[in-house]
Ligand binder design. Structure first.
Ligand code: OOG
Ligand code: NI
Length: 464
């Protein structure tokens, strides 16, 4: 409890994430199967790689690993997006990063709500990739109008949820009973509804324009469309999925397998068709496919220089493939990725020396012992060289636009690989959100800087 008697935001976020996971397990049983597979795989990897276990223990990641999840939702209007921002704020989650998916033919732009502080991230890094439908990309003006009217008539929040958000803002927090009520009420926004808000005929027209448009417009709320656990070895998972009756997407998104993982690797599987009752029908006669399962493996956060290198190598490999990755060219895609990424150093020392990744620095026992030594090193590089200071990569807490587009596409089913001519519109996104998104690179740079200053303080040196 905080000094004012409020439940800490980190605690509300943990409870909410747990409640969401329970709900999704009931709604999509395959998600439970996936959790078992990930738990088994992580246990095996930790047994086989004691040095990895040690590193994760030191960085605090081991503890959060079993609760770590990200989910995704898609909202339809600016009003919904800005209210969602206020909802996540109750749980200490802020919008970080801007992702424009229109160049990949997905009519949305997005941000990720997540905690940003070191301690909050260590406790529970729950993230929700949140997309706003861009109705302006619908070419059929009559349909665009119809979709806007349908969206204007729904409220995706319960009255109780709205009230508790307002109370949180007025008081600066929520007491214990309110916090529990908030978790219960907020969960309703993310629930699946079998009853659609449109007729079968309307659904078909929305769907024909883009499957995603039907997914956002036809329902009562932005059902959580996947919940993703974090694995320590995504290739083992990819290989292990068929044995458990799960068919993975053709290729793993993101960087190739490396000794020192970077950024984010992801794979997913298509969820089953779900029954839907359209308006004017007594029973669920229709169906909708939107919800799926996904697994992620996280690695080091990259600096702008490292990220530029990643983007260049990814683009070069994709250009060489000459087509979108699919089951027809998966083996060639993997080979091309491995070949191109040979240009990206695969040891932490080189990644640090070449300023490709962000790190957290800490004082070693040797450094502590030498604290009163007049002749000890006084620059960061010298301290590292002498073994007085060591470092661990900062884990990448965000998402990747090309990968996200690949995940969207593999689950939209129709492989529609069109591109929209109108692209990036971060200022419109900010206007809809009612706030600016935080710059993820600045957050990593600050975390690295804080750790360096902490080393200087412990070693009683002037700021390094
Ligand atoms: C979001 C897809 C993106 C990820 O992990 O990159 C995503 C969606 O399908 O709504 O979740
Ligand atoms: Ni995802």
């Amino acid at each position: 409890m905080t000094a004012q008697g409020f439940t800490p935001a980190d605690e509300i976020r943990s409870r909410f994430s747990r409640a969401m996971s329970e709900m999704y397990k009931n709604e999509v049983p395959l998600y439970g199967t996936l959790l078992d597979l990930v738990a088994d795989t992580n246990r095996r990897v930790l047994e086989e790689q004691p040095e990895l276990r040690q590193r994760l223990e030191r960085s605090g990641e081991l503890e959060r690993l079993s609760v770590e999840r990200h989910g995704a939702i898609r909202v339809g209007t600016a009003a919904e997006l800005s209210m969602i921002r206020r909802l996540f704020a109750v749980m200490g989650m802020e919008p970080v990063g801007y992702y424009d998916l229109s160049p990949a033919g997905v009519p949305v732009h997005s941000t990720a709500f997540r905690p940003v502080g070191d301690e909050a991230l260590a406790k529970n890094p729950f993230r929700v990739f949140t997309s706003l439908l861009r109705l302006e990309l619908i070419t059929d003006t009559a349909l665009r109008q119809e979709a806007a009217e349908i969206l204007a008539r729904r409220d995706i929040f319960t009255p109780g949820c709205r009230e508790l958000i307002a109370r949180h803002e007025a008081q600066g927090g929520l007491g214990e009973a309110d916090a529990d009520a908030f978790v219960r009420e907020a969960l309703e926004t993310f629930r699946w509804h079998t009853q659609a808000r449109v007729s079968a005929e309307q659904y078909q027209r929305l769907h024909d324009q883009h499957r995603l448009i039907a997914d956002v417009v036809a329902f009562k709320g932005p059902h959580i469309n996947h919940l993703t656990p974090r694995t320590l070895d995504i290739d083992l998972i990819q290989a292990g999925m068929p044995e458990r009756g799960i068919t993975p997407k053709a290729v793993v998104e993101g960087p190739p397998r490396r000794r020192c993982p970077i950024l984010l690797r992801q794979t997913s599987f298509k969820a089953l068709q779900e029954k839907v009752a359209f308006t004017g029908e007594d029973s669920a006669q229709g169906s909708h496919t939107a919800r799926f399962g996904e697994i992620e493996q996280r690695g080091a956060a990259l600096t702008p220089k490292g990220r530029a290198l990643y983007d260049d190598l990814l683009n070069a490999a994709r250009d060489a493939l000459g087509d979108f990755p699919s089951e027809h060219n998966a083996a060639r895609y993997d080979a091309l990725m491995a070949q191109h990424f040979e240009a990206f150093p695969d040891d932490y020392a080189s990644m640090r020396e070449q300023d490709l990744a962000y790190f957290r620095y800490f004082v070693t026992d040797k450094g502590l012992a030498a604290r009163s030594d007049e002749l000890r090193p006084r620059t960061l590089d010298d301290l590292v060289r002498a073994g007085h200071v060591a470092y661990e990569p900062l884990v990448y807490e965000d998402f990747l636009p090309v990968s996200a587009a690949g995940i969207f596409q593999s689950n939209l089913g129709d492989n529609a690989q069109s591109r929209y001519a109108i692209s990036s519109s971060q200022s419109e996104f900010h206007a809809a959100l009612g706030a600016e998104v935080r710059d993820e690179l600045a957050l990593y740079a600050q975390a690295q800087r804080r750790s360096i200053l902490a080393c200087a303080e412990i070693l009683q040196l002037p700021p390094l």
